[in-house]
Design a protein around this ligand. Structure first.
Ligand SMILES: [Mg+2]
Length: 438
């Protein structure tokens, strides 16, 4: 259906601008993000109605949605509608690690990825399909240039394989069009708005679906009988400006698919952290030095294997300790050269831990951070002596075994001190604050 042409709407200039705009922006939204993270952490929750939140529902699984549970609903109302709803508080650190993994996957498909809110991203795919098709084969089909569908399906499969999460994707020539396209793709789908079809696509949305139109603005618009984007086209630009200030102008452009705000790359990953907490009075042996040293080695091994997976090296290692009285302390140390070897991190961090254990108060938390991340360069490669090369081959072999059989398949060096003291599964030791599984 074509949009109704109204005299106040300069359709001619609109279509000219749109055809001149050949940007392709992808919006990616993780389906039921926090609830899915809980299901991944505890597979017994798969297929069950799950909600995450305290007080109100922050995220719900699609099983819960089918039972009438919605985001922002008070939990007592959610439990009334769905008495067997599993309610969890969520784990923001674990969620952040999943989010980073999704961002990394998207980053393989686009040079510019912007992490937006907790669970969505924009990526600029302008000019990308051509490059990818050329890299895969010498022939470039017209269809491949026109549609990014195949690329989005690859992206979806990669996110699923590497994180277990499901994503919905929207594609369009502007951020607004891409974002709204995603709403049509939930859950798990792909909605692509071809260039030149932006107005048809936007026409039927309610005005409050537009970014920037909050409850106040939509209330005002509803009061004057403007409920859909099509009806919004009839409202004079000056009137929008007078009613909503600078935002009025934004709304005027967005509802026509004219917003040209770019996708801004989020700052690159600056550090990799792992930490865990324990119940010092209940967990026998958790206060002994060998146990704490072994835990440190284990956390460093987890962080270092993530570092190697990302093909990065770190120059700084930081150790932090939290005590039962709430006091936290940290120490860091710069290494002589950037490395990705677990054993070098463990050697550097051991002394730091000893310093931090000077207080005679029970330890409740141990954490590590690898920072000053760099890509291993050729100049650095020349500095590696033979012993280093052998060690690096060893860790490459360790990583390969773990990629096949799970992180828990091998216990490296100092972490062996945890054997028999902590329960262990295919993805490693079971910690109270779990590291990202797999
Ligand atoms: Mg979402």
């Amino acid at each position: 259906m074509r949009p109704v042409r109204r005299p106040t709407l300069a359709i001619g200039s609109v279509s000219v601008s749109v055809s001149a705009m050949d940007r392709r922006i992808l919006h990616v939204d993780i389906d039921a993000f926090l609830a899915s993270v809980e299901q991944l952490r505890d597979p017994a929750l798969f297929g069950r109605p799950v909600a995450v939140g305290t007080g109100v529902v922050a995220s719900r699984s699609y099983e819960a949605k089918a039972r009438g549970v919605h985001t922002a609903m008070p939990l007592h109302e959610a439990l009334r509608r769905c008495p067997d709803l599993v309610v969890r508080e969520g784990d923001s650190r674990l969620a952040e690690r999943y989010r980073q993994r999704v961002a990394e996957v998207i980053g393989r498909f686009s040079p510019v990825v912007e992490a937006c809110s907790l669970d969505d991203f924009y990526a600029d795919l302008t000019g990308v399909p051509l490059r990818i098709e050329q890299a895969l084969a010498s022939t470039v089909t017209v269809d491949a240039e026109r549609s990014l569908g195949p690329l989005c399906r690859q992206l979806r499969a990669a996110v699923r394989a590497e994180t277990g999460l499901s994503v919905a994707q929207g594609l369009g020539s502007t951020r607004t069009v891409a974002r709204l396209a995603t709403t049509k793709a939930k859950p798990g789908g792909i909605c692509e708005v071809p260039a030149g079809r932006e107005l048809d696509f936007l026409a039927g949305f309610p005005v409050e679906a537009l970014p920037g139109v909050g409850p106040q603005a939509s209330g005002l618009l509803h009061a004057v009988g403007v409920r859909t984007v099509r009806e919004l086209w009839a409202v004079d630009r000056e009137l929008l400006r007078r009613s909503f200030g600078a935002r009025g102008d934004e709304i005027w452009r967005r509802c026509r698919g004219l917003d040209d705000a770019p996708v801004l790359a989020s700052p690159a990953l600056r550090s990799i952290s792992r930490e865990t907490s324990f119940e010092p009075r209940a967990e026998v042996g958790s206060q002994e030095r060998p146990f704490l040293r072994a835990m440190l080695a284990y956390l460093l091994d987890r962080a270092a294997s993530e570092l190697r997976r990302l093909q990065l090296c770190a120059r700084t290692v930081q150790v932090r300790v939290g005590h039962v009285d709430g006091v936290r302390a940290e120490r860091s140390r710069a290494l002589p050269a950037a490395t990705d070897r677990t054993d070098e991190f463990v050697a550097a961090a051991g002394g730091l831990l000893e310093h931090l254990l000077g207080r005679r108060v029970l330890v409740r938390l141990v954490g590590v951070t690898l920072a000053s991340l760099v890509a291993p360069g050729p100049a650095q490669g020349r500095l590696f002596d033979d012993g280093d090369a052998a060690r690096r081959r060893l860790f490459a072999a360790v990583d390969a075994v773990r990629a096949r059989h799970g992180f828990g398949a091998l216990v490296v060096g100092g972490a062996a001190g945890l054997l028999g003291k902590l329960p262990r599964g295919p993805h490693g030791f079971r910690l109270r604050t779990p590291s990202l599984a797999k």
